[in-house]
Design a protein around this ligand. Structure first.
Ligand code: IMP
Length: 426
């Protein structure tokens, strides 16, 4: 049997998964995204050229990889078509290489309008990406959604009007005919890509393929296990891959988590280790912490070990990549939150289920002397400065997961590997 690996974000998204999935895709025959839509954004580099993908799996830039958009995803046809055209300038993209699950749900112009409206009217906005993600998943749960299987049938695409009517805006398409026209055309153009992706993935696994399941966002944004309601609308955790793709959980051979050496968050919601001081600002500037999808500045803070340990257990992480270590190089001290202090419950060592409790938590830190600049960018763990190794070892011990790799820059080769951990690469 081949390697069946899930890669997830171990924080609130933006951990730098794109680069790692792009790297790990070199070992995979097939890369499959399993949830979310164009709320995600991964920045990739191809021959110095910067590319930001939103729907397409990060493996897309490897010419011989098959890339599938799985049934747990939500898809904006107009935007997906634009992305395909962008990638086509570099590499061929055709239905033999790219497939869309017939089960994936479709983001219509009306769902986008709903997202904007809900955010504008909410007493406590979530800070969504306003890409229509929540309303599309809501329509799915209402059994009122449109699936990609409808692309092949113009009448079914037109029936999207009927769906929107059910949701209370029977005249959205009358008011915005040009958008709906573009929507219909994009649906028709994507029809050749639609297939029974889940069955194809199971066939490939049975045939011994190396498969990579690509998570979007991060485990703390999981609809069930994240900081509800300040979450996205899908199952971002590893279990979500099995559910969304119809994969028997026993087939998974490895779960890899990606975390930054510090923490960031975009949008609203509690964030105990957030730094509103000059250190937080410095991390944001050095780490270029601006959203790839919305351009919004990200909130920054020290690494939250309590949250990371929770994510490690929740997802059964076999290995962790600690990304963007270079951003902290040169800091006189670096911190790791190892407990929370709560005004009513005292010292808390677990990640609270109640988001209101989390909002009142103050982190208790362990402090480490920083490592100097410039940091080695490649090699094995021996290349790490002893103080950087001390920090890595402390995170590893606290979270109970082996750190197999440290990220030291945006390029594929900017990475330091623990060469004693054999199972990381196939
Ligand atoms: P939505 O997914 O657009 O509904 O947004 C819900 C929450 O998830 C907001 O806080 C967003 O900022 C956050 N979010 C969605 N996608 C991403 C992502 O790719 N990275 C980081 N945060 C995200």
């Amino acid at each position: 049997m081949g390697q069946v690996r899930i890669v997830i974000g171990a924080q609130w998204g933006d951990e730098g998964k794109g680069k790692w999935i792009d790297t790990l895709a070199a070992d995979a025959d097939l890369v499959v995204r399993y949830q979310g839509g164009n709320n995600a954004g991964h920045t990739l580099y191809h021959n110095q050229q910067k590319l930001v993908l939103h729907h397409l799996p990060s493996g897309m830039l490897h010419e011989n990889r098959k890339c599938y958009l799985g049934g747990g995803m939500v898809i904006n046809p107009i935007k997906l078509l634009e992305e395909i055209d962008t990638v086509r300038k570099i590499l061929p993209v055709d239905p033999s290489r790219l497939k869309i699950s017939a089960r994936a749900h479709i983001i219509t112009p009306w769902h986008i309008a709903c997202d904007e409206r809900f955010e504008a009217d909410a007493a406590h906005p979530i800070g969504t990406t306003k890409r229509g993600i929540g309303p599309t998943y809501a329509a799915k749960a209402l059994r009122n959604g449109m699936r990609a299987s409808a692309f092949a049938n113009r009448d079914e695409v037109l029936a999207a009007y009927r769906y929107t009517a059910f949701q209370g805006s029977d005249d959205h398409h009358k008011r915005h005919p040009e958008v709906w026209q573009k929507f219909e055309e994009a649906c028709a153009a994507l029809a050749p890509f639609v297939d029974d992706v889940e069955q194809l993935v199971r066939n490939d696994i049975r045939g011994g393929a190396n498969v990579l399941f690509e998570g979007a966002q991060g485990a703390l944004l999981d609809i069930d296990h994240g900081t509800y309601p300040f979450v996205t609308s899908s199952s971002t955790s590893a279990a979500g891959a099995c559910q969304s793709l119809g994969i028997n959980p026993r087939l998974i051979t490895q779960v890899v988590g990606i975390s930054k050496a510090y923490t960031t968050r975009v949008g609203g919601g509690p964030f105990p280790t957030e730094l509103s001081d000059a250190t937080g600002k410095l991390i944001a500037e050095r780490g270029n912490e601006f959203g790839a999808t919305t351009g919004r500045p990200r909130r920054c803070g020290w690494l939250d070990g309590v949250a990371l340990r929770y994510v490690a257990e929740l997802n059964g992480l076999d290995a962790l990549i600690l990304n963007k270590m270079d951003i902290l190089a040169g800091f006189p001290e670096v911190k790791l939150a190892t407990a929370y202090l709560h005004p009513k419950f005292g010292r808390i060592q677990h990640f609270p289920a109640d988001t209101a409790v989390l909002a009142e938590c103050v982190p208790e830190y362990e402090s480490f002397p920083g490592w100097p600049e410039p940091m080695a960018v490649s090699g094995d763990f021996k290349a790490l400065h002893p103080r950087a190794r001390e920090f890595v070892a402390a995170v590893e011990q606290f979270c109970g997961v082996r750190i197999v790799c440290v990220g030291t820059g945006p390029k594929r080769e900017e990475a330091i590997y623990d060469r004693t951990y054999g199972a990381f690469r196939v």
